[in-house]
Design a protein around this ligand. Structure first.
Ligand code: HEC
Ligand code: HEC
Ligand code: HEC
Ligand code: HEC
Ligand code: HEC
Length: 235
């Protein structure tokens, strides 16, 4: 039931009133239609192309590749990009990786990359995280520059054989953090170090003095407080 009647629904009459004034009535009406939208589907895990898809646990976990090796624009733009086939082919072209010659399974699981590359085609990855279109402003770059880690919004991606949605991406979820950022900020140079971030934030949540102090310092250093006005995220 909690997914159908989230806590922020207590605010619903107020939000509806303001929404009406702003001409968002249609959107509010649409709420009932989207009463169980996929944006709230924690656990949403679409099947990806290729016999075994793409495995973050292997690449970001075992091989230790930094997120920005593939999601190259995440610190510079609103949208985090998905890497193109050439990025994969840099390692998965024939004979580059020893496993290509020693493991039939590996070869079969990576054939779709070489086929797409040879055909100059792209791999049709299926989108996992998506906010609705009436949320016009979700800036990745601003969050990373403020020290919000991928971990806070996407979970331990480096342990996921298949990516799934770990957070609800609902309005109350955005606002909960905007009201209490001290539970979530880490030094900017650690934002992709998910293992470290998880441990640091757990210490802070448990009240460990140095971790709590670190959170306060990071909030004080923010140039702007996270916005709570409707126009920051909606038209
Ligand atoms: C070797 C390249 C590579 C690396 C390194 C990598 N990713 Fe990815 N990532 C991908 C590809 C390809 C996809 C699309 C396929 C999928 O969703 O599994 C993806 C998908 C994602 C998605 C889901 C996108 C959606 O559709 O909503 C998230 C979130 C993500 N990556 C975060 C991370 C994080 C965080 C790290 C670092 C810990 C990371 N990635 C490291 C290649 C990479
Ligand atoms: C920096 C080199 C590198 C890049 C870039 C890279 N991979 Fe890999 N990939 C590897 C290595 C090494 C392995 C074998 C790791 C192992 O099994 O221990 C592997 C394994 C795989 C496998 C087999 C996984 C399994 O379950 O056995 C798939 C599928 C794969 N990669 C897809 C991709 C895709 C898609 C991309 C581009 C988004 C990509 N890789 C980018 C190095 C890379
Ligand atoms: C403050 C929360 C937050 C943080 C921090 C964050 N993301 Fe996201 N991410 C989102 C949301 C929300 C979406 C869906 C955005 C949309 O629909 O426009 C998303 C979407 C994505 C996508 C899908 C993009 C696409 O076009 O398919 C990828 C990939 C991704 N994030 C990677 C990352 C990586 C890598 C990091 C860390 C370096 C990161 N994100 C940090 C919230 C976050
Ligand atoms: C885990 C914490 C966290 C979550 C979750 C989060 N934010 Fe933020 N957000 C921040 C912080 C911290 C800032 C302040 C950035 C700064 O000082 O520039 C911010 C700033 C912003 C800004 C202003 C950016 C700018 O240029 O000043 C927008 C817009 C925004 N967030 C939208 C969203 C939306 C939409 C969601 C939900 C889909 C969301 N945020 C979820 C922490 C978060
Ligand atoms: C930090 C970003 C952020 C701010 C600020 C914000 N919203 Fe939202 N809002 C969202 C997101 C994300 C969604 C979509 C997810 C959802 O439906 O919960 C949303 C959804 C909505 C919806 C659609 C309801 C639904 O569930 O379909 C309405 C109406 C709305 N917002 C009105 C407002 C009003 C009015 C304000 C100002 C009091 C406001 N929002 C401020 C991020 C924000």
């Amino acid at each position: 039931m909690s997914a159908i009647f989230p806590k922020w629904m207590n605010l619903f009459p107020t939000v509806s009133a303001i929404g009406g004034l702003l001409g968002l009535t249609g959107v509010v009406g649409g709420f009932w239609y989207y009463a169980t939208p996929k944006f709230w589907n924690v656990g949403y895990m679409p099947v990806q192309p290729g016999p075994a898809g793409f495995n973050h646990q292997i690449h970001a976990g075992k091989l230790g590749m930094d997120c920005r090796y593939c999601h190259t624009k995440v610190e510079k733009s609103y949208e985090a990009n998905i890497p193109n086939v050439a990025t994969c082919n840099g390692c998965h072209a024939e004979d580059r990786i020893t496993l290509y010659t020693t493991s039939e399974v590996h070869k079969e699981r990576t054939n779709f990359i070489r086929e797409a590359y040879a055909a100059d085609a792209s791999i049709p990855w299926r989108r996992v995280h998506k906010v609705p279109d009436y949320v016009h402003n979700f800036p990745h770059q601003a969050h990373l520059a403020a020290g919000v880690s991928c971990f806070s919004c996407h979970g331990r991606i480096d342990t996921m054989p298949v990516v799934y949605q770990s957070q609800p991406l609902s309005m109350s979820w955005c606002l909960d953090c905007h009201r209490n950022p001290e539970q979530n900020l880490v030094p900017k140079d650690q934002v992709t170090n998910l293992n470290w971030v998880e441990a640091q934030l757990a210490e802070r949540a448990n009240g460990a003095a140095s971790a709590v102090a670190a959170g306060k310092t990071l909030v004080d250093a923010l140039k702007n407080s996270p916005p709570q006005n409707c126009g920051a995220c909606h038209y």
